[in-house]
Design a protein around this ligand. Sequence first.
Ligand code: AMP
Ligand code: FE
Ligand code: FE
Ligand code: ZN
Length: 304
Amino acid sequence: MRAALTTAYAFGVRIDLHTHSRASDGTESPGELVRAAAAAGLDVVALTDHDTAEGWPEAERAAREIGIELVRGMEISARHDGHGVHLLAYLPDPTYPPLLAALQLVLDGRTARLPAMLERLRGLGIAIEHEDVRRVAGDAVATGRPHVADALIGLGVVVDRKEAFSRYLNPGRPAYAKRYAAPLEEMLGVVAEAGGVTVIAHPWGRHGLDRPDEATLAELAANGLTGIEVDHQDHDAATRDRLRAIARNLGLVVTGSSDYHGTGKVDHELGCNTTAPEEYHRLLARAAEAALAAGRGVPVLTAG
Ligand code: AMP
Ligand code: FE
Ligand code: FE
Ligand code: ZN
């Protein structure tokens, strides 16, 4: 019964809640990304650049022009118990000073760690300069390892980002450098005060050690976490089943998304994973509650 109901409700509506533009480490401008989302047959797309809302205005203009629903989001680099956690925040007020301040610390940390990575690469005999990274990063607000990877591609050292990460940039590889990330529990509160909702991105993704277990997710849910991203390319079928069961136990919203980065990441095409409409509506309802609880107006989506 439940499956039949879900299918009827979901018919034809495609929702992708995690994508990146050139404001961070995607390869398309926010406008190009929104147009690509519409061309891919999506009805709803969230722009979730790392640690910045800089792409929102351009994405909103494109969404209005093309007639697609845009969810304003960001993917915040956070830390919990010494582990890196990516926290998706949807519909927060991006001008809320504590949120701006927290993001600025992360962005400063990104900038500060760049010279260390370049120094390590030079130590390996690779002639790479800050200018090489600046050129490929363009006007990105959040610079990161993918831009270093692109500079290495430009220099002919590697063929793609994947090779750059596996040879040089992943943790444990010779050019890796740590950077600052925001305290997770604090960010759950800050995003809520900003009238937004939070979803842990790829909670059991690639990095085997960085896995919040069920008890940790329960603790986070008790501290205001709204959902977890279950359907993500970094999760195999068994992982998705387990996370879906945990979400059901904890009353967390289940999302599914592509984590699209344009040509920067293979196997993450727009709409390769999607969020069920009823889960999306739960997320929006929670956002409306968060906004009202924070004494704010209910956030309005950008619709075409
Ligand atoms: P950073 O933001 O500097 O910590 O770099 C992390 C980003 O690198 C993630 O957001 C991913 O988008 C990207 N990334 C990690 N591994 C790979 C890979 N193997 N290929 C392409 N992009 C990657
Ligand atoms: Fe990324
Ligand atoms: Fe992520
Ligand atoms: Zn992402």
